[in-house]
Design a protein around this ligand. Structure first.
Ligand code: AMP
Length: 565
């Protein structure tokens, strides 16, 4: 059997893994039987690794051991410190990927070696590379990445439409926001424009809820301990989800041995979210402007990302677009399913209808030039765009550049990526040199051609116009890929981490949740919890399978009971 290629949505808040079957793409449940694995990692003092729900439960118990929303920092130098050990965002992501890979392997009964991973359309090259490295550290080959909105469009089956249509994919996740405009034209699904905000998402709406509570309870966030903050945000998160269906919610929060209660109405909450809604409007406007379209040109709006479940967001979109968004798909699952379909396309599976997917370049590619801004006066270090942001790829563009000095003997093409007018502010990708015949300034010229394809492969070709001589170079999206040696080395460095056998996950989760609830409760409730926890721990120590199961179930029931209070 050929090795399976899976599709992975490595989300800011949650991650999912999917595979392609004869009946289409399917999400693979994790070790706890859930579709969503929280993108949360915890490493304790002994080097034990916790991923997902258990790690999230540890947030309020041991905040110093937990990292979350690290996707926001992918591709940056930021380091996270967990129990005194340092981790890069891609290393934390690799631990999430490793857990997903293990779950998929155990579910499918075969090895998973390759994945198509989705990334926000707005991720630049650096962030994409970091994502790829995360895959490699987890033992996954990542040849192809797919932008999240494209994946969603594929999952929605947009390419099956009879008529030419324009879609806007609105993706509001936990911590990132992406808007993409896609156009279906003669059976080609084309991304026309992307825009986004890497620092906007459902968590901001949770924060608004938490702040409203604090304001009403006359408390200051900075006076709360880390544990209290984590607990408050969990309560706020619950309230945020609950307010979708009602006109008011009550938040109960244990603060200094006292339970504080505040009621928040839908209207109040909506008013306080106004600023966030305004922020949402910006990328929508920008993507429309980049695509040269008006709001009324959009035929359909697709919602993806968990935070599009917020009725405040839906109401806002209905008012904005004057139409109801398409919500046929589960907004959490669309991206992973689309990535799995893309994986099947990569494998050239017969069941998948041939679709021509194009994408846009989410950043500008160009080169450094000297500009004559007045007769005889030059400014060095300026950036000359060659393939502009939001150009449909595959794309190929040529720019003719002239010599800047008399008797110039060679031209050096520095390949840069970014939006700044100044070369130094953009990201350096590589450089190419070619010799040219000497002559007076401006006499000789070179044609610089950039060709960028859907796999993030950039080909740069420089041709001397007078002699026809040319040089070529390919910059791969995976240029900074770690060598096997480097991966091996970093894996070794991370070897102190103890990945727990997946069978114990449920025990660990129940125990962690119980510990957290114990801390949050008082009096009789606390005593009752203690009794059940002690019984469960005793069973775990003995290692008696049936007893472990029985005491775990008993404890779980008590926890469910408590959660409802
Ligand atoms: P994602 O990154 O796509 O998994 O989205 C996660 C975000 O969706 C989090 O901020 C969640 O709070 C939010 N979310 C999930 N379910 C709901 C819901 N029913 N109502 C409101 N927000 C939700």
């Amino acid at each position: 059997m050929v090795d399976m290629i899976v599709g992975i949505d490595l989300g800011t808040t949650n991650s999912l893994i999917a595979y392609f079957t004869e009946e289409g793409a399917k999400i693979i449940p994790n070790r706890l039987g859930k579709m969503l694995t929280p993108s949360v990692v915890s490493v304790d003092g002994e080097g034990n690794v916790y991923v997902g729900e258990t790690a999230r439960e540890r947030m309020s118990l041991y905040p110093d051991t937990v990292a979350q929303t690290f996707k926001r920092s992918m591709g940056t130098e930021r380091q996270y410190v967990l129990s005194g050990k340092h981790f890069k965002p891609e290393e934390l992501s690799s631990l999430v990927l490793r857990a997903l890979k293990e779950d998929a392997e155990s579910y499918l009964g075969e090895e998973v070696t390759e994945a198509v991973i989705s990334v926000p359309a707005y991720f630049d090259d650096k962030r994409r590379k970091a994502t790829r490295r995360a895959g490699e550290l987890a033992g996954l080959k990542v040849e192809r990445m797919i932008s999240e909105p494209t994946a969603a469009a594929v999952a929605y089956g947009l390419y099956d439409k009879e008529q030419d249509t324009r879609f806007l994919v609105f993706d509001l996740g936990g911590g990132t926001f992406d808007v993409s405009i896609l156009e279906l034209y003669h059976n080609i699904l084309e991304v026309r424009a992307v825009a986004g905000d890497n620092y906007l998402g459902g968590e901001d709406f949770t924060e608004v809820m938490a702040k409203l509570f604090l304001q009403k309870a006359k408390l200051q966030l900075q006076n709360l301990s880390e544990k209290e903050q984590a607990r408050l945000f969990r309560e706020a998160e619950k309230a945020k989800c609950a307010i979708n269906d009602t006109d008011k919610v009550t938040i109960r929060f244990l603060y200094k041995e006292e339970i504080l209660e505040q009621m928040i109405t839908y209207k109040e909450y909506e008013e306080n979210c106004e600023e966030l809604l305004m922020k949402i409007r910006e990328p929508v406007k920008r993507s429309l402007a980049d695509a040269g379209l008006k709001l009324s040109d959009i035929d359909e709006v697709l919602l993806i990302g968990g935070a599009t479940r917020l009725s405040i967001v839906r109401d806002f979109l209905i008012r904005l677009f004057r139409k109801f968004p398409d919500t046929r798909m589960n907004p959490d699952e669309a991206v992973a399913l689309g990535a799995a379909i893309q994986a099947a396309m990569k494998e050239r599976r017969e069941e998948v209808k041939e679709v021509i997917l194009t994408d846009v370049c989410s950043f500008t590619l160009g080169t450094e030039v000297v500009v004559e801004y007045e007769e005889g006066r030059y400014e060095e270090g300026r950036f000359c765009p060659i393939i502009e942001r939001n150009t449909v790829i595959p794309a190929s563009h040529t720019e003719r550049l002239y010599t800047a000095r008399d008797n110039q003997a060679r031209v050096r093409v520095r390949v840069l990526q970014g939006e700044s007018r100044f070369a130094r502010n953009n990201l350096f990708l590589g450089e190419l040199e070619i010799e040219i015949p000497k002559g007076p300034r401006g006499q000789e010229s070179v044609d610089v051609t950039y060709t960028y394809d859907i796999n993030s492969l950039l080909e740069v070709e420089v041709t001397v116009v007078s002699t026809g001589e040319s040089r070529k170079m390919v910059i791969k999206g995976q240029d900074n890929q770690m060598t096997d040696e480097e991966i091996g080395k970093r894996m070794e460095e991370l070897a102190y981490l103890k990945i727990q056998p997946r069978d114990y996950e449920e025990n660990r989760l129940v125990l962690t949740r119980a510990e957290r609830m114990y801390e949050e409760s008082l009096g009789e409730r606390r005593k009752r919890l203690d009794r059940y926890i002690t019984a469960f721990e005793a069973a775990l120590k003995k290692g008696e399978h049936d007893e472990i199961r029985d005491t775990r179930e008993a404890l779980s029931e008590v926890l469910e009971d408590e959660e409802e209070i």
